[in-house]
Design a protein around this ligand. Structure first.
Ligand code: AHM
Ligand code: MG
Length: 335
């Protein structure tokens, strides 16, 4: 067999975003590109730490002190510190909101830029020790005109985000990003240290064959969710039932949904009155990506991206995925 020659024209994430920004013309200053460069660096750094931590767990050293006598930080705290430091130092941010921090960080004058970043530094914490995929989720707003940066700059609907994405730490690190004109996926080439465009223009299939819910919560689910799940598990012939896939890491479950189609759901229920997932840095970025890929993201009755947050750690009910699958779910809410 003849081997394909290696590509000599790699499209890196920075090159791709830059060409996108250039297309936008005079309005673009390159600031968003620089901010995204800072985010890429944090993803590479977190990826290496995730790998190392797994090694440490393997030899049973987690929780011990390192050679400098410092206590080993938990991976999610470490990831948060990596992101806060890098985003502040980028000079491109005004407000930072992290799942790990109770209050928003307002960036001091000398480092201030015009973007606000909301993020979950390491999502899927219950999966960390088992070596299952985990990820970083982020969303980006521009500060409102004349604002010097305040929490009000992020208490805005997700539809006002200028970009959103996630990095999944799995067998490779995958960064999936939208700057508002479609969705692209990049894979970290560890030797080059660059995210390379590997999944251009991701589109969710209009219908899938997979559902992704934590069905262990079934006894708490509201009737529309129970009815929907029944309809895909016991369909009227000649239809056949859907397959179940649930990893319990939103990044991994959404990643699969974007690529294969189907529906991911984490509904509010009788126990979790507002659901579990966080609006600003989990639901909004994933809803943004889903819509940009041609899918739907809803609470069951309302478009997620239209919600106006009242607090930075608000939660909401989430269903997202293939257009036709999510429409079927929405019909159950109408009845
Ligand atoms: P976390 O931010 O504490 O990691 O929780 C969020 C995670 C999501 O990644 C995932 O979709 C969900 O929680 C899984 O929850 P459960 O374990 O209840 O199924
Ligand atoms: Mg989380």
């Amino acid at each position: 067999a003849v081997e394909e020659p290696p590509s000599v024209d790699l499209i890196t994430l920075t090159r791709h975003v830059l060409s996108d920004q250039l297309r936008l013309g005079a309005a673009a200053t390159g600031d968003l590109t620089l901010l995204l460069t800072a985010i890429q660096v944090t993803s590479k750094f977190i990826a290496t730490n995730v790998r190392k931590a797994r090694l440490i767990n393997l030899v049973g050293l987690a929780g011990e002190t390192n050679v400098q006598g410092e206590e080993q930080k938990k991976l999610d705290v470490l990831s948060n510190d990596i992101m806060v430091n890098a985003l502040r130092a980028s000079g491109k941010t005004a407000v930072l909101v992290s799942e790990e921090l109770e209050d928003a960080i307002i960036i001091e004058d000398r480092n201030r830029g015009k973007y606000c970043v909301v993020f979950d530094p390491l999502d899927g914490s219950s999966n960390i020790d088992a070596g299952v995929n985990i990820g970083t989720i982020f969303g980006i707003y521009k500060v409102r005109p004349d604002s010097k940066g305040s929490v009000e700059d992020v208490l805005r609907p997700g539809s006002e985000m200028v970009a959103a994405g996630y990095t999944m730490y799995g067998s490779s690190a995958n960064l999936v990003l939208s700057t508002g004109s479609g969705v692209n996926g990049y894979t970290l080439d560890a030797a080059l240290g660059e995210f390379i465009l590997t999944h251009p223009d991701i589109k969710i299939p209009p219908r899938g064959k997979i559902y992704s819910f934590n069905e262990g919560n079934s006894m708490y689910f509201h009737p529309p969710v129970v009815a929907y799940l029944k309809s895909i598990k016991y369909p009227a012939p000649p239809k056949t039932p859907y397959s179940a896939r649930y990893i319990g890491s939103m990044v991994a479950d959404v990643h699969r949904t974007l690529l294969y189609g189907g529906i991911f759901g984490y509904p509010d229920d009788k126990k979790s009155k507002s659901g579990k997932l966080r609006l600003l840095y989990e639901a909004f970025p994933m809803a943004f990506l889903t819509e940009q890929a041609g899918g739907i993201a809803t609470t069951g009755t309302k478009r997620i991206l239209d919600i106006v947050p009242t607090g930075i750690h608000d939660r909401c009910s989430v269903f997202l995925g293939s257009k036709e699958d999510v429409q079927d779910l929405m019909k159950c809410y109408e009845q």
